[in-house]
Write a protein that binds this ligand. Structure first.
Ligand SMILES: NC(=O)c1ccc[n+]([C@@H]2O[C@H](COP(=O)([O-])OP(=O)(O)OC[C@H]3O[C@@H](n4cnc5c(N)ncnc54)[C@H](OP(=O)(O)O)[C@@H]3O)[C@@H](O)[C@H]2O)c1
Length: 216
């Protein structure tokens, strides 16, 4: 089984990569840094970088794509705070367009696998259920990627590609901060379990950290 994880150089992505490697799975991580033995260089906001990724995978099959890379640029900002258009653009470029472009670049490699799956790291912050105000840009981007998941699941069903979106918990990473409720290790363990259970019958699922279907 070959797994591709975007943004695997730190945070939840790095922990997922370590845990898969410990299970002797082949993992290709992506980083915005230089390439190395286990890492391809990939900026999800850069179209030519996505094309390069697609070319690097030209002869390979990818069984599981994990769209994990993301940014939270308006953390701690509320109504009335300055939310520059550029911050909206950068966030959507990474968290929404970046996910789509990653999938687009990886689809040929996914089609070469037996039972391909796509796992998208969303967030409960994109739901109405957890609409507690503030962080409008991040929340809107995660709402968009949850919607993207549902529509990709619909369209990729005929090809046998399962797609799901997952809330990883409030995780102690650079993004989540020290107050997070779960460690990256706990989060990655849960996510890996969810991805293992993802199948065509479950395609289109949106799961909470504990694996229950998340309210929208
Ligand atoms: N932490 C939480 O509590 C929490 C909760 C809900 C959802 N999430 C989601 O979980 C995912 C991982 O979050 P995390 O907490 O692990 O965050 P993190 O520690 O900040 O790591 C983010 C990762 O994404 C990469 N990245 C950002 N922009 C990128 C770009 N343009 N191209 C390629 N890679 C890019 C970063 O690479 P660089 O090192 O190059 O910046 C880094 O590897 C994100 O999608 C996040 O929204 C996190």
């Amino acid at each position: 089984m070959t797994i591709l994880i975007t943004g695997a150089n730190r945070g939840i992505g790095a922990e997922m990569m370590l845990q898969y490697q410990a299970k002797n799975q082949r993992v290709i991580g992506t980083t915005r840094g230089p390439e190395s033995r286990d890492f391809l260089s990939f900026d999800v906001t850069c179209e030519s970088s996505a094309k390069d990724l697609g070319q690097s995978l030209e002869t390979q099959g990818i069984d599981l794509l994990v769209c994990n890379a993301g940014v939270y640029l308006d953390k701690g900002r509320y109504s009335g705070d300055d939310l520059p258009a550029d911050m909206w653009a950068q966030t959507f470029a990474a968290n929404v367009t970046g996910v789509y472009k990653t999938i687009e670049a990886t689809l040929p490699a996914l089609r070469r696998a037996q039972s391909p799956k796509i796992a998208i790291i969303g967030s409960q912050m994109g739901t109405r259920d957890k609409a507690q105000g503030g962080s409008y840009i991040y929340r809107a981007s995660k709402a968009a990627v949850i919607n993207l998941t549902f529509n990709l699941a619909h369209d990729l069903r005929s090809e046998g590609i399962a797609v799901g979106v997952y809330h990883p918990g409030w995780v102690q990473t650079d993004m989540g901060g020290d107050e997070g409720h779960v460690t990256p290790t706990e989060s990655a363990t849960q996510l890996i379990g969810h991805f293992a259970r993802l199948s065509m019958t479950r395609s289109g699922e949106f799961l909470a950290f504990d694996g229950t279907p998340h309210a929208l």
